[in-house]
Structure formats: C-alpha cells, structure tokens
Write a protein that binds this ligand. Structure first.
Ligand SMILES: Nc1ncnc2c1ncn2[C@@H]1O[C@H](COP(=O)(O)OP(=O)(O)O)[C@@H](O)[C@H]1O
Ligand SMILES: [Mg+2]
Length: 305
C-alpha cells in the first residue's frame, strides 16, 4: 500500500473498467477512453475547470489585487501518455503542475489522478524542475537515493535500481562524482533518475531542459522518450518550446496567456520510436503550424504570398 498510494480503490476501479473495455472491444480501448465527456471519468488524469487565484496577501509584489493564475484549465490524459503543456511565460503552467502534485491548493475545479482527487501530496509522482537542485555534498548515487531515504526504503533493491537508472542515462561511470563535477545536462540526468527511483506512475516535468544548450536538449528529449518507454510512466511535461512539445508528446495542450485557459488540444500522430528526422516531415511542420496559430504567433489563415 505504501508503495503505490495512487493505486487505491479509485485507481483499481479505473483499471478494471479499462480491462473490461479491452476484453469486450479489443484494440479499441484507446479510442473509447479518449472520447471527451463520455468516458472521461476513466482517463488516468482528469483536470477539470481548475482555477487558481492567489490572494493579494500571498503576493510578494505588495499588490493589492489578487492574481488569477489559472482560469478554467481542463484536459485529460491516459495512463502512459506523454502530454506537453505549452504556453507563454507566466500563464500558470508551474501553478498547475504544483496543484497536480498536491503541493498547493486549487481555488476551484477538480484534479483526478489514477481515480483519486488530488488534495495533498500523494507521493506517487516524480517532479523534475528546470534547475536540477542536487545536493552538492552528496555523490550522484546518494542524490538519486535521497527520495528513498525520505520514504525509508533505501534498501539493496533501491541501490540496484539507482545503479540501473544511472546506467540507462549514461552515468554509470559517475556514481561517486559530486554534482559540481558534472555538466548541466548530466546534472539534469541525475535529477531525472532521482524523480524515477521510487517508480512513480506519474512524472511531472517543469521546463526540465530549458536551461540546457540546444544540442544537449535534443539529446535529453531522446533520453526522456527512452526512459518513458522503459518505465511506462505517464508524463506531464511543461515547456515553452513548440518543437520540443511536438517532438515528445502524444498530445499538446496549448494554454492562452494568463489567466491560463486551454486554447486548443493538438493530437500528435507521429509514430514512436521518434528520432530527430521526424522534425523535417510534413506532419511535424503541420503540428508546429497549429501550435503557432493557437499561441497567436501566426494568424489562423496565412495570407497568400
Ligand atoms: N506562490 C505564488 N504566490 C503568488 N503568486 C504566484 C505564486 N506562484 C505563481 N504566482 C503568479 O501566478 C502567475 C502564473 O505563474 P506560473 O504558474 O509560475 O507561470 P508559468 O509557469 O506559466 O510561467 C504569475 O503571475 C505569478 O506571478
Ligand atoms: Mg513556470
């Protein structure tokens, strides 16, 4: 039970409903479970009409006006899906991730993950931030194991898993190194292993590669897709890069300027496994065009040249 807090009763019901559909209509589970408003309560993650207002007293700026950080954000995702949240800076993406993690309270609306309403940290998620935030005095291995210490599960199996994860991300030769001996990309790989060490079903990533140079970022994108395939975790990935969102995601949720509303959802029908060649296909360009329109970067109808 302590291992999988999300797999409580609600999650069990969700899984058995899905299994039933799979049995009765093999191969159609994905289609049925993505029909909006019909079986929506059976999606793995359901974010519905979420609103967040920061009271004036909470604001560091000394403003007397409350800030509406999120206004009516709604979307869904299935288990194992990778959803990218794309939107301009300050539109409320981090706020939404923190609400999904149960770290802050929403003002209204509903967040269901794995069949349970999120009202407090459930422990069954991993969080990766823009900065790796490693502890400088700890070795790479001990940074990864930190979560397991908190959970009081820092046993041999945990060490084996940490070693395996570090191997997958190409850091097996750096387990005893200190964070300052690593490049930014390597540090972020350690943060990724730390987020996955307790085998969470949901990985929340807040612009994790935004501080990296372009080539390292592309490498990290491929690494994330490999890791995601291996772990089967659902991923909610915040970015303000249009191409990163499309390259990674099963679906891109585009947010409007603050207060954030979902401007549009763009399903990404590019096959997996993906590789960098896919960026130069017509389907990729078309998805970029749709996202650019939704963000207001280009007008909906391009005028003839
Ligand atoms: N803890 C907080 N207290 C008060 N206001 C906040 C807090 N966190 C975020 N905000 C405000 O909410 C808005 C959205 O912020 P944020 O979610 O960080 O946007 P994004 O991640 O999309 O850049 C901003 O105007 C920000 O100043
Ligand atoms: Mg942010």
């Amino acid at each position: 039970m302590h291992k999988r807090p999300l797999a409580a009763r609600g999650a069990g019901q969700w899984r058995s409903a899905k299994a039933l559909v799979e049995k009765q209509e093999p191969g159609r589970t994905a289609a049925i479970f993505s029909i909006k408003g019909v079986h929506s309560d059976m999606a793995f993650g359901t974010i519905r009409n979420v609103r967040k207002v920061f009271a004036a007293s909470e604001l560091a700026s000394g403003s007397t006006e409350p800030v509406v950080a999120l206004d009516d954000a709604s979307f869904e995702f299935d288990e194992g899906q990778l959803v990218a949240l794309l939107g301009p800076s300050g539109c409320g993406k981090t706020t939404l991730l923190r609400i999904m993690a149960g770290l802050i309270q929403k003002t209204s609306g509903s967040v269901m993950i794995g069949g349970r309403e999120v009202t407090e940290p459930l422990g069954d998620y991993g969080f990766v931030f823009q900065q790796p935030s490693l502890m400088p005095w700890r070795s790479v291995l001990d940074n990864v194991l930190f979560t397991m210490e908190i959970l009081k599960r820092n046993d041999r199996a945990a060490r084996e898993r940490a070693t395996h994860l570090l191997d997958v991300v190409g850091l097996s030769g750096f387990m005893q190194a200190r964070p300052h001996q690593l490049s930014g990309g390597m540090q972020q790989r350690v943060a990724l292993c730390r987020a996955l060490i307790h085998q969470p079903k949901l990985l929340l990533m807040d612009e994790p590669f935004g501080a990296l140079d372009e080539l390292t970022r592309l490498e990290m994108n491929d690494l994330l897709l490999r890791i995601r395939k291996e772990t089967g975790a659902s991923v909610v990935f915040v970015t303000h890069s249009i191409s990163e969102a499309i390259y990674l995601a099963d679906k891109v949720i585009v947010f409007s300027r603050r207060p954030a509303r979902v401007a549009t959802e763009i399903p990404i029908d590019l096959p997996y496994p993906r590789n960098q060649q896919i960026r130069f296909t017509p389907a990729f360009t078309q998805a970029e065009r749709l996202a650019s329109i939704a963000l207001g970067v280009i007008p909906p109808v391009e005028s003839a040249a």
